[in-house]
Write a protein that binds this ligand. Structure first.
Ligand code: MG
Length: 272
């Protein structure tokens, strides 16, 4: 993990990244609010595109490695990288993963959330809760002096505490002037391994968690990732700034499932 130099951002660079992050968070929140039974995934994407236009930013995903969409929108057993479609109608009981990345003044903001639509079965809701919790446990480890493996393993430990599985093929990443910068941030790892975290690093942390098997496949559209057993998957992402103190969430939003604040070393599944 973590091949390549990790950028340390300072002063005005941090301010630009923060602006991009806050904007990505606002667009994600407003787009999420449009999700309801009967709306198509293309209509949801159009909400996001309209907001990007109004706020003078553009999609970081559109045409990234030829990705055809402006956001990623993935339902139920789709893990990530779903493409919006006029023929895909959101139903009561679905869980909808929305991932929004924007570029503003040359800086990228990236974040994702899983939205439950109406009445969702309790087992699936628990998956969402656990995934969001694992994100916040991971964030609590994003501190100067910690190793990247401490953060990655904290996410894994939390997920496994719920007996869910972590998707290994897709990972979080450094973010800044580019959507994907070093380091890669897997949602599993070994404490004490990997690069040391330092103030000024900007990380996109994004656990992808499956109710059943960790195994996934890519569909014939070359993008959409699905669980092999077709059981649901959840995804939450924040972009954070490592500081000398508490990590700063650059994509602030209310938690879907508020819980007590996670302190370093007290994840849901405890210390190793
Ligand atoms: Mg990301």
């Amino acid at each position: 993990m973590g091949e390549g130099k990790i950028h340390i951002r300072r002063g005005p660079e941090v301010e630009m990244a923060r602006e991009a992050g806050h904007l990505a968070a606002e667009i994600l929140r407003l787009t999420s609010e449009s999700v309801r039974p009967g709306i198509t995934t293309l209509e949801v994407e159009e909400v996001a595109v309209g907001l990007m236009r109004e706020r003078n930013c553009r999609s970081a995903f559109y045409q990234y490695r030829k990705f055809p969409g402006h956001i990623c929108i993935s339902i139920n057993e789709e893990v990530v990288h779903g493409i919006a479609s006029a023929s895909r109608v959101i139903q009561e009981g679905d869980i909808v993963k929305i991932d929004i990345g924007i570029v503003r003044n040359g800086w990228v903001g990236d974040n994702a959330v899983t939205v439950p639509v109406g009445q969702v079965d309790p087992e699936t809701l628990q998956l969402l809760w656990a995934t969001e919790e694992s994100l916040h446990v991971g964030i609590a480890y994003a501190r100067e002096g910690r190793r990247l493996g401490d953060l990655c393993s904290a996410i894994e430990r939390t997920v496994k505490g719920f007996r869910y599985s972590v998707v290994e093929e897709f990972v979080g990443h450094g973010v800044g002037r580019k959507l994907h910068e070093p380091p890669q941030i897997p949602n599993h790892g070994t404490p004490g391994e990997g690069p040391k975290l330092r103030a000024g690093m900007i990380l996109a942390i994004e656990p992808m968690v499956n109710l059943g098997t960790k195994r996934v496949e890519i569909l014939s559209d070359n993008w959409t990732v699905k669980t092999l057993d077709r059981k649901p998957s959840a995804h939450f992402e924040h972009m954070i700034l490592v500081t000398k103190g508490d990590p700063e969430i650059l994509t602030p939003r209310a938690r879907l499932f508020p819980s007590k604040p996670v302190k370093e070393g007290e994840g849901a599944a405890g210390e190793p």
